[in-house]
Design a protein around this ligand. Structure first.
Ligand SMILES: *Cc1c(COP(=O)(O)O)cnc(C)c1O
Length: 434
């Protein structure tokens, strides 16, 4: 499988190069040159395959011959080494719980897969790889956990001081070993600017093998197809489900659409958005107008110019009318999100996180317009990650899952730096632990 740049001026590359580069040299996102179709023998027998066997079949064509079969089977098995249950919340509405991984959010799946692929590719590189990433919260933890103790790779994570939740900060700063947390005196944009400058600094990139781990990387994007297949393995309704996906950069929902193109039965996709509503507006008006992100309580979705949306357009030949046959999009306010968290907890004994709540609201909106349809919400994070929002709404403490109790007792270990590029550069060059 070859990948082309959506800017169309960079050479085609294989999965290995696309993973190591992250973004094409012309600034475009990589896109597979064809969409592999799964054979009917698999599609008609989803529940008959193990999760590992199914995930392997899904990803194999995308990886091509860049990773041998036994290695890829191991990588896939390690990636999905936790349950992903489908739970009925009320009649016709289900929750696909993607938060049972180590950092309690769906980004674990993409980050675990990518880290293991990069670890495999690093074996053949003469130089160790530095993964440099800026985070507003969830990405950093998933990347830190995914790359912890991966040989030949060190990870440097920049996060804005005082602007991530307490649980998120612990997840970023307590791994140690090859994971280095930089607490930046600034906001998320400052962190992102610093990272962008590092990648453009040829003096630095000639000394260090730098790569990023952001959500546009094909090795993070493509394995997100796995759990759409796992959902169908557990689906006992007669008609295919609609999927409602809480969306920020639109990588998660775009992976679902790839799964559908590969043959997975899906009735419709619903992009659930908060006040950051560029995509709902685009579907209504045809005008795509990026904006500055508006802060909300579902902050992992505070994106004003979703980077993966170009991939969705590519899947539908850039035709908005075609796209609308398969995609709807709704926006939900913070007030409505809080109301929904409360009412789902009280009426259905189910506690969504703020992102999931936006997803449940969007699915309910769509079902009102399509009576009798049934659907699945991708519950993207555990409510404990957003306890500052959730606890006041339900007026009760959220029980801490056993899997993170230990992390919460560990001591934070971060290096404070000013939002000043020369400081970051010094750190990267002189603290080089290899
Ligand atoms: C990252 C994130 C999202 C948004 O996912 P995209 O793939 O960027 O659309 C939604 N919910 C949570 C909890 C997240 O961490």
């Amino acid at each position: 499988m070859q990948y082309y740049s959506l800017q169309h001026t960079a050479p085609r590359v294989d999965f290995r190069t696309a993973t190591i580069q992250g973004q094409a040299p012309d600034g475009g996102l990589y896109f597979p040159e064809s969409i592999p179709q799964l054979p009917a023998s698999i599609l008609n027998n989803l529940a008959g395959l193990s999760r590992e066997a199914l995930a392997y079949e899904v990803i194999r064509p995308f990886v091509g011959d860049t990773i041998p079969e036994d290695e890829l089977r191991r990588i896939v098995a390690e990636t999905i080494d936790f349950p992903i249950p489908l739970k009925q919340v009320y009649d016709g509405v289900y929750s696909l719980e993607l938060f049972h991984g180590p950092t309690l959010a769906f980004k674990d799946i993409g980050a675990r897969f990518m880290s293991r692929c990069l670890g495999y590719f690093a074996r053949d590189e003469k130089q160790p790889i530095t993964v440099l990433v800026a985070t507003s919260g969830d990405t950093g933890g998933a990347v830190a956990s995914g790359f912890h103790n991966v040989e030949g790779v060190r990870v440097v994570i920049l996060y804005p001081s005082g602007k991530v939740s307490s649980v998120q900060e612990k997840q970023l700063t307590t791994f140690g070993d090859n994971i280095h947390a930089l607490e930046v005196d600034g906001n998320f944009d400052d962190c992102q600017q610093l990272v962008k400058r590092a990648f453009k600094d040829t003096e630095l990139t000639s000394q260090l093998f730098l790569t990023s781990a952001n959500s546009i990387n094909v090795a993070r994007w493509l394995p997100q197809q796995f759990y759409y297949f796992f959902a169908l393995q557990q689906w006992n309704e007669k008609q295919p489900p609609a999927f409602s996906v809480p969306s920020g950069n639109f990588g998660n929902i775009c992976a679902g659409m790839m799964a559908w193109k590969a043959g997975l039965p899906v009735s419709h996709f619903i992009a659930a958005c908060n006040a950051n509503d560029v995509v709902p507006r685009f579907l209504e008006t045809g005008d795509y107008e990026p904006r500055k992100a508006i802060p909300t309580i579902s902050n992992a979705m505070d994106v004003g110019d979703p980077s993966n949306f170009v991939r969705i357009l590519e899947l539908f030949g850039k035709d908005r009318n075609q796209l609308k046959t398969m995609l709807s999009s709704y926006r939900t306010s913070d007030q409505r999100t809080r109301e929904l968290i409360r009412s789902m907890y009280q009426q259905h004994a189910y506690l969504p996180d703020p992102h999931g709540a936006v997803g449940f609201d969007a699915l309910a909106d769509w079902i009102r317009q399509h009576p009798g349809q049934k659907g699945i919400v991708l519950e993207t994070a555990h409510p404990i990650k957003f306890l500052d929002v959730v606890e006041p709404v339900i007026g009760q403490p959220v029980p801490v899952p056993a899997s993170i109790e230990e992390t919460l007792t560990k001591t934070k270990n971060a290096t404070q730096i000013a939002a000043d590029y020369s400081k970051l550069k010094d750190y990267l060059v002189y603290s080089n632990p290899f």
